[in-house]
Ligand binder design. Structure first.
Ligand SMILES: [Zn+2]
Length: 211
């Protein structure tokens, strides 16, 4: 049986000269490909993502593989950052699955997103920098069949789920990096004590659940 090389990146996934993430080629013509949903990483899981577990050069290759696969266009809306006045086209977003019973957070994939869709994925971060209104408008724009009530309910539910999950510590599973890229990573995640202060900071998000 053939074994995977240490780093499985095929040449086709590496950036050929002159074909970078800022190069100017047309947007994917397919339009809306999927529904845009916001996600919030539990506070107990902050600071331990793919980027923190691989070398900078490996992360660069993973990102490039992700961008190239989508032809440097957003896999949700089909557009790219240059059409949004940004210098770069797309960003890599990590897709996580949470097993709320076994308390395991599993990396299940990577997706290329335009800056606006990526910002919308991280609603909590958007709140912190005052971009939550922008995110709600972008959700409404991309999910054309949504009403404003759908948008508000979705954001409210995302915060509630974040609050629930932020009171638990999840085991991190990034086997995907091994199966997809042949990368062995040593998982490091610190256990977060659920102190009164931590609980207060989670509860404080309640104020963003009313509009
Ligand atoms: Zn997009």
């Amino acid at each position: 049986m053939a074994t995977k090389s240490k780093l499985k990146f095929a040449k086709e996934y590496l950036t050929p000269d002159g074909y970078s993430n800022t190069s100017d080629h047309p947007a994917c013509p397919v339009g809306v490909k999927m529904e845009l949903l916001t996600e919030m990483v539990p506070k107990t899981a902050w600071g331990s993502n793919v980027r923190d577990h691989v070398k900078g050069s490996e992360w660069d290759k993973i990102k490039e593989w992700c961008y190239k696969r989508s032809n440097y266009n957003c896999e949700v809306c089909g557009q790219h950052g240059k059409l949004q006045g940004r210098r770069h086209r797309v960003e890599a977003h990590e897709i996580w699955h949470y097993d709320d019973v076994k308390l395991v957070q599993t990396l299940v994939g990577l997706i290329a997103l335009c800056p606006s869709c990526h910002k919308s994925k991280h609603y909590g971060r958007a709140i912190n920098v005052g971009d939550d209104k922008f995110v709600r408008q972008h959700l409404k724009k991309i999910n054309k069949h949504w009403t404003w009530k759908n948008v508000f309910d979705h954001c409210k539910n995302a915060i509630s789920l974040y609050q629930e999950r932020s009171l638990k510590n999840y085991i991190l599973n990034m086997d995907y990096l091994k199966s997809e890229f042949g990368l062995d990573v040593e998982i490091h995640r610190q256990h977060v004590e659920i102190t009164d202060e931590h609980i207060e900071s989670i509860k404080a998000m309640d104020k963003y659940k009313s509009f």
